[in-house]
Design a protein around this ligand. Structure first.
Ligand SMILES: [Zn+2]
Length: 137
């Protein structure tokens, strides 16, 4: 048996790449495809009682894996946040970070493995580790 992904399933994976995706998202999609993770981009999930909805950037039901690619500015990436910001922006970023934590906890309690990657740090090693962790369960 050959270890190669068939041409057909490769093109199926390629078809799932987010077409209008940003460059970091395309990198994540390529890394997931290389690990043969069957994923869907941009999936809306219900978080259960009062948790509202969340849009997951990369979602794999089979692996029970949710990956988010966070924009540096609005998610308050420590490397790229601006030093001098109007108070309303600081508030918005703080609210986004709180929401990120709530979403993380809600998904973990539902049995999902969650990975958040700042758009400036799409680390293939972290993605591989999350996939391996999800597959070990
Ligand atoms: Zn950044």
């Amino acid at each position: 048996m050959t270890d190669q992904v068939s041409r057909r399933s490769r093109s199926r994976m390629m078809a799932k790449m987010p077409r209008a995706g940003t460059r970091p998202e395309l990198r994540v999609a390529a890394i997931l495809a290389a690990h043969r993770v069957d994923f869907t981009p941009q999936v809306e999930l219900l978080l259960g009682r009062g948790g509202g909805r969340v849009s997951v950037d990369f979602f794999s039901r089979k692996e029970r894996l949710a990956i988010f690619v966070d924009g540096c500015f609005v998610h308050g990436c420590t490397k790229h946040k601006k030093r001098a910001l109007p108070a309303r922006w600081k508030k918005k970023i703080a609210a986004t970070k709180l929401r990120d934590r709530q979403v993380h906890d809600a998904l973990v309690s539902l049995g999902w493995r969650v990975l958040r990657l700042p758009a400036c740090e799409i680390d293939a090693g972290r993605i591989a580790a999350a996939i391996a962790g999800a597959r070990r369960r």
